[in-house]
Design a binder for this molecule. Structure first.
Ligand code: ADP
Ligand code: MG
Length: 246
């Protein structure tokens, strides 16, 4: 479903991803863990081409892109990749001047060119799915962080992406509000949504992700079933990092 092979990315002279390979099967949820600065966000951003890798391959469904230094993928390839990915950010990044339902409709209207009535109907169904049907006309600023993040998840799902990318989706939230978001992501996982999520949230990784990848200094140290990684990691660096998660 998603394959990253030998992904390299440098900023200036600093190599932030050093030949990273990750495979995610359809319907699988993979957590990406690692200390701050290990390259988690950059790797997620490479999957939807917010960053263009210097080398390696990205396969997403039927689309494969081979990267080489200084070469940017064409606009059609970028569009095909973006149509298959939804992104959820740590700080929600809702459009502040749009209501909840307008936020969710946005991609359907601008990217998929749906008419507004049809987009609104689908957006309301998605808000219902994340438990916020009654907040459709609320402004983001009037919503709690957990509610804003659930709107952001509905927005990311609107175009029916093949994969949902989440960058620390619970890190900005108090535990109670984080639990609301974990519940929504758990439900999506049960329904078979393919996801890649960077997180420091042990509950999110252990409950929702069947697989976990431990990234350190831009390289994969260890990857495998989450339970094995959390309870009996092979590499001492993995054990040491896992012990720091709460
Ligand atoms: P993580 O998400 O694991 O905390 P990041 O992917 O955000 O790690 O960052 C990895 C490294 O890449 C850090 O050293 C960060 O400063 C650097 N970095 C990330 N994005 C950029 C950028 N746009 N320009 C320069 N350096 C960047
Ligand atoms: Mg990050």
């Amino acid at each position: 479903m998603i394959a990253l092979q030998g992904i390299r990315k440098s900023f200036g002279g600093h190599e932030v991803l050093r030949s990273v390979s990750v495979d995610i099967a359809a319907g699988q949820v993979t957590a990406l863990i690692g200390p701050s600065g290990s390259g988690k966000s950059t790797l997620l951003r490479c999957v939807n081409l917010l960053e263009v890798p210097d080398a390696g391959n990205l396969t997403l469904g039927a689309e494969t892109i081979r990267f080489s230094p200084g070469v940017r993928p064409g606009p059609d390839a970028v569009r095909r990749i973006r149509l298959q990915t939804g992104m959820v950010f740590q700080n929600f990044q809702l459009f502040a001047h749009q209501s909840a339902v307008q936020n969710v409709m946005e991609g359907l209207v601008t990217v998929k060119r749906w008419d507004k009535a049809r987009a609104r109907e689908r957006a309301l169904a998605l808000l219902d799915k994340v438990g916020l049907r009654d907040k459709a006309d609320a402004w983001p600023a009037s919503l709690s962080g957990g509610q804003q993040q659930r709107v952001a998840i509905a927005r990311a799902l609107a175009i029916e992406p093949a994969v949902l990318l989440c960058d620390e989706p619970t890190s900005a939230l108090d535990p109670g509000l984080a639990a609301e978001v974990v519940a929504v992501l758990s439900e999506l996982a049960r329904e078979g949504m393919t996801m890649l999520m960077a997180t420091h949230d042990l509950r999110l990784a252990a409950q929702v992700a069947g697989h976990t990848v431990f990234l350190l200094d831009g390289a994969v140290v260890e990857a495998g079933p989450s339970r094995a990684l959390f309870e009996s990691a092979q590499d001492p660096r993995t054990r040491e990092f896992v012990a720091t998660l709460a």
